[in-house]
Design a protein around this ligand. Structure first.
Ligand SMILES: [Zn+2]
Length: 219
């Protein structure tokens, strides 16, 4: 806890020193024109690249990635108070703004998912065994999927909802790496809810894949 506090203080200090403007998210920040201090390109704030540390949105130049503006959406109480004073079109306008922040969070989440995914067999270690059983399990603390061989974690990915297609994709990469030595790819109980979600056929898709491994990789 202490460490993250000091980090955020540091961040605030360094932000001040380069004088990046900080605006509240329930203002017109997305319609502002911003000129990049490095490349001099003009942008509509909404079109800038972003990342979201803590409850802030850092808007960055798409060309030089320099940090140009911070949008602070960490103060819901202030927003709620303002909402109570609003009616009609104003409320619609602010509702849209909430949806936009939700969109941004979703985009950020998906970017993290993509970044974390196992992409090729080269990223996996060699395993010296002729009978390899790999487990797909979930770490509830980190909300990550851990791909394990015994006690060894081969890979970690961000967990998503109803991710049977991801399980099958990873299964193919495991097959590519370990060939017929891969005898099973076990979805641990901790993943079932997120693995199958609300999609009934997912159960038999996973089962078929595991059967194919036991039969010796026919499909
Ligand atoms: Zn720039």
């Amino acid at each position: 806890m202490k460490r993250s506090n000091s980090n955020s203080k540091q961040r605030k200090r360094s932000k001040k020193s380069i004088e990046v403007p900080v605006v509240l998210w329930n203002t017109d920040w997305d319609r502002q024109q911003i000129t990049c201090t490095q490349c001099n390109q003009k942008y509509l704030a909404w079109n800038l690249l972003f990342d979201c540390p803590d409850n802030q949105l850092y808007l960055n130049c798409p060309l030089c990635t320099i940090h140009l503006m911070t949008v602070d959406y960490s103060k819901p109480s202030k927003f709620t108070r303002q909402m109570s004073d609003l009616t009609g079109d104003d409320v619609k306008y602010y509702d849209n703004r909430i949806n936009r922040i939700d969109d941004l969070n979703r985009i950020k989440f998906l970017a993290n998912v993509q970044k974390s995914e196992l992409k090729s067999a080269d990223q996996l270690p060699e395993i010296n065994s002729d009978h390899i059983i790999i487990v797909w399990r979930c770490n509830e603390m980190t909300e990550q999927i851990e791909i394990c061989h015994g006690n060894i974690i081969l890979w970690k990915e961000v967990r998503t909802f109803q991710h049977h297609e991801r399980y099958l994709k990873v299964g193919q990469i495991l097959k590519e790496k370990y060939g017929t030595r891969l005898k099973d790819f076990v979805p641990h109980e901790s993943t079932w809810l997120y693995l199958y979600g609300d999609y009934g056929p997912a159960i038999s898709m996973v089962k078929d894949f595991r059967n194919s491994l036991q039969r010796g990789n026919e499909i």
